[in-house]
Design a protein around this ligand. Structure first.
Ligand code: NAD
Length: 476
């Protein structure tokens, strides 16, 4: 069994609180152990990051970019082992785990190519005014269990690129691929610049309240995000909060069903539906409701559910028992209220956390399956008669991560998309992200963005440089 280690001040160390088991979602049994750090180790990680900050921020941009390039090379070289580890701890099929690593490489290379601009506001004979962006200091990254490797990359690479030092804390459900990522990064940066810690209950709270941390980049649920925000108030930590979503999609009347069904299915069931910006509520005009539902159910029935390391498997288990319980509960609740389950709809009778892709019709707003984030392999379809009403219902959510509008009349679809209350509004696609396009939510889905220049600048603090020239000395 691999001996996973924390990374603190450039050293790989055992956890002072022992170890905890990491569960393989395909079997429901432990397959590895993760070191459990102590709060004293967290303090040492933060102190190491603080101590390293002065020298790391003084590195040139080119030096930092070069380090990121070498990190991307190493990730690529170790992709196979990393992808298999992701399958074991997270559950996704191997091809998707490879896509996660590939995304990690692409985002790392993008961060390595980014420039941090200096904006000239005024330049006159008497004064120069420029806006610079300086690193924030020590950044803590707290990540969830759905895309453990890629989301850690999203946090760590721009933070390092901008000149910050980092303490990374992965979810204790999927800590291992992140510890391996931190280990790779540590090969290419000075000691203390990157640290990786994991711990038991209360560890995340200790990070968010830690006075030695200047910024937190957090991806996770809205409830935890609220706790992070409260705890961060002590020293006014800067925050990027990427929280839950309950993304609606509206399919406009007369949309060709055959042209959109596969794309909609993939957007809803990406990573077994455990994706923040997955399509989670589908509003379909009554004239096409049954046809689209049947088309989606056909695609769902074709999925091969199983252990992600088995050849031919396209659909893995949910990541953990709690999430499986929630999905069962939401579908059962819809059923008792008269919903029709076209396919799936029950946990598979086998070890592990398997739930097949499930299409539910005859549901409506006000029911839990529509109003709550299911974060699993279930798509509720809601029939509408009037587009304005569908838009009103799509927006009647406290969440505001993404949303989409589908239709052959692009201008009409865009006009409706413009009125979605969401951080991203897609037209004829959903959950599309790329390194150069800012991504983030509004309302209770959080604030701040990741990716693109705006995402990089989240890891900086503005400094206005205002210079006056002294009058030339008077000749005597
Ligand atoms: P979670 O909120 O339970 O946990 C996220 C992280 O926070 C974990 O590392 C956890 O250990 C840590 N944590 C727990 N309590 C904490 C505390 N009091 N203080 C600080 N950290 C604490 O979320 P999850 O179940 O791991 O992830 C699923 C959620 O994440 C879903 O709601 C999903 O929509 C959301 N998500 C959002 C995005 C996005 O970009 N908006 C991306 C992925 C996932």
């Amino acid at each position: 069994m691999h001996d996973y280690r924390l990374v603190i001040d450039g050293e790989q160390v055992a956890g002072e609180e022992g170890r905890f088991a990491v569960i393989d979602p395909a079997s429901g049994s432990a397959f590895a152990e993760c070191p459990a750090g102590s709060l004293a180790q967290l303090d040492r990680a933060v102190a190491a990051a603080r101590a390293a900050f002065g020298a790391w921020q003084a590195h040139s941009h080119a030096q930092r970019c070069e380090a990121l390039g070498r990190i991307a090379d190493d990730i690529e070289r170790e992709a196979d082992e990393l992808a298999r580890l992701i399958v074991r701890e997270q559950g996704k099929p191997l091809a998707l785990a490879h896509a996660e690593i590939g995304g990690g490489v692409a985002w790392t290379r993008y961060a390595a190519s980014q420039q941090i601009p200096v904006e000239t506001i005024e330049r006159s004979p008497t004064q120069q005014i420029e806006l610079h962006h300086r690193p924030v200091g020590v950044v803590a990254s707290i990540t969830p269990w759905n895309w453990p490797f890629m989301i850690a990359v999203w946090h760590l690479m721009p933070a390092l690129r901008a000149g910050n030092c980092v303490v990374s804390k992965p979810s204790s459900l999927t800590p291992l691929s992140t510890l391996r990522l931190v280990e790779i990064i540590a090969r290419h940066v000075p000691r203390g610049v990157i640290n990786g810690v994991t711990g038991g209950h209360g560890f995340g709270g200790a990070i968010t309240a830690h006075p030695g941390i200047d910024k937190i980049v957090f991806t996770g649920s809205t409830a935890t995000g609220q706790r992070v925000m409260q705890a961060a108030a002590g020293n006014l930590k800067r925050l990027t909060l990427e929280l839950g979503g309950n993304d609606a999609a509206i399919v406009l009347p007369e949309t060709p069903v055959a042209a959109v069904a596969e794309e909609i299915f993939q957007a809803a069931f990406l990573n077994m539906g455990q994706t923040c910006a997955a399509l989670k509520r589908l509003y379909v005009h009554e004239s096409q409701y049954r046809e689209l539902a049947e088309a989606l159910a056909d695609i769902a029935r074709r999925q091969v559910v199983g252990d992600g390391l088995e050849a031919g498997v396209t659909f893995g288990p949910l990541q953990n028992a709690d999430q499986l319980r929630l999905v069962c509960e939401l579908v059962d609740d819809a059923r008792t209220q008269g919903a029709e389950v076209l396919c799936g709809g029950a946990r598979l009778d086998r070890p592990g956390f398997f739930y097949p892709p499930t299409i539910v019709i005859g549901v409506n707003d006000g029911q839990r399956l529509v109003d709550e984030e299911q974060f699993g392999p279930v798509l509720p379809l809601i029939a509408y008669t009037d587009v304005e009403d569908a838009l009103r219902r799509a927006n009647a959510s406290s969440m505001g991560l993404g949303g989409s509008v589908w239709g052959g009349d692009e201008a009409h679809a865009q006009a409706i998309a413009n009125r979605l209350e969401s951080g991203v509004a897609w037209v004829n696609c959903h959950a599309q992200i790329q390194p150069n396009t800012p991504f983030g939510g509004c309302k209770m889905s959080g604030f701040g963005v990741e990716f693109g220049l705006q995402g990089l600048l989240e890891f900086t603090t503005p400094q206005l440089r205002f210079t006056r020239s002294l009058p030339a000395p008077v000749a005597s």
